[in-house]
Design a binder for this molecule. Structure first.
Ligand code: NDP
Length: 334
């Protein structure tokens, strides 16, 4: 076989390559084409953290005789939102957190949703409030999110909480970026001194992710902060060049298979936040198979970041109950 045939055969079926061939690049070639990245198992990490939260919730109940309560507001009947809310309810149950579901019809007005949020803000039994997004287009999402009491803002979307995060003294961390830091930590990946490329600048994922990793410290220690972060978006020039120079690549774009192998530095850690529904099922923002041949560690979709997002919501609900107990309000009697 000539060089090209070797390459092609190895890609199609590594075992088909003539092992006795004297082609000098053979070993290197086989090494390069083999799927090598370690999979970061989000489900397993989420299970581990949920077991820890369950113990902490039980301790909290023992100490206070109160159960943490998460109230979810679901407006309309978006099928994906129904699934997300159901998953959150199940996760609450697993760790001993009480969940409430407040369903509102699709024709609810901004005023209706604001009234619901205000009633939950003032309800001492409720520790955490989650407004499931997206809201129907007629409802002013920003007004609603701003109305959530920052002490009960377990999504960490309120400007007060965003400001605290930016100043490096967070009360609650946004669930997806927090889950990603936990995944990196529990997979033995430190961020200090590393170059990190975050693709996507949403308020939910990209922006807080960049902000958190650029801090001097975090609850897991300075090794999980102190990164040199480049935050990329749709107007970024030379995106592939930036991405391929980074030790950690975090993709939160919402475009199937956007990140190709050429955009990944050999040995980099790749975190795929994307959830895209395609004819082939759920896929991420990263071309998983090609990326696995270049990266050292990679998250799958599904089973990667998703389970951590739900898990960190539980962690924030417990934190909210603890905070409110210390400040003498909230937490419902068992
Ligand atoms: P948004 O749509 O709010 O943001 C997408 C970002 O990607 C924007 O900043 C946009 O840039 C950027 N972008 C779009 N096209 C390009 C491009 N060609 N080049 C570079 N940047 C580009 O998305 P979210 O952050 O809310 O979500 C991103 C993905 O993550 C989605 O698939 C979502 O479903 C998923 N997700 C998964 C979660 C999980 O738990 N696993 C949780 C939350 C989200 P610009 O700002 O310039 O428009």
């Amino acid at each position: 076989m000539d060089c090209w045939q070797q390459t092609h055969a190895a890609r199609e079926n590594p075992a088909s390559v003539d092992q006795t061939s004297s082609y000098p690049g053979k070993l290197l070639l086989l090494k390069e084409t083999r799927m090598s990245a370690e999979i970061i198992d989000g489900k397993a990490i989420a299970k581990e953290i949920q077991a820890e939260i369950k113990t902490l919730v039980a301790n909290f109940v023992d100490e206070t005789n109160c159960k943490p309560v998460l109230a979810a507001v679901l407006v309309g009947d978006d099928p994906a939102s129904q699934v997300y809310v159901r998953n959150k309810e199940r996760a609450c149950k697993r760790v001993g957190i009480e969940s409430q579901l407040h369903r509102m019809s699709a024709d609810s007005t901004t005023e209706d949703v604001l009234q619901k949020v205000v009633s939950l803000n003032t309800n001492p039994e409720v520790n955490g409030i989650l407004v499931q997004l997206p809201l129907p287009p007629e409802v002013d999402e920003q007004l609603v999110l701003d109305a959530v009491n920052p002490d009960k803002d377990v999504d960490a979307f309120h400007p007060t909480n965003v400001g605290l995060i930016s100043q490096g003294r967070p009360r609650y961390l946004p669930c997806t970026p927090h889950g990603i830091v936990q995944m990196l930590f529990r997979s033995g990946v430190q961020t200090t001194g590393k170059r990190v490329c975050v693709i996507g600048r949403s308020d939910i994922v990209g922006k807080p992710m960049a902000m958190m990793l650029a801090q001097k410290n975090c609850a897991l220690g300075s090794a999980m902060a102190n990164a040199t972060v480049t935050l990329c978006h749709s107007r970024t020039q030379g995106l592939a060049e930036i991405a391929s120079s980074c030790d950690i690549l975090i993709a939160a774009i919402g475009k199937p298979n956007f990140v190709t192998a050429e955009m990944i530095k050999p040995g980099a850690v790749v975190i795929d936040v994307g959830i895209n529904r395609t004819e082939d099922g759920l896929v991420g923002d990263v071309d998983f198979e090609a990326a696995s041949e270049v990266a050292s560690k990679i998250t799958p979709v599904p089973g990667g970041v998703g389970p951590l997002t739900v898990t960190m919501l539980l962690s924030n609900t417990l934190a909210a109950a603890q905070y409110q107990t210390e400040h003498s309000f909230g937490a419902s009697a068992v």
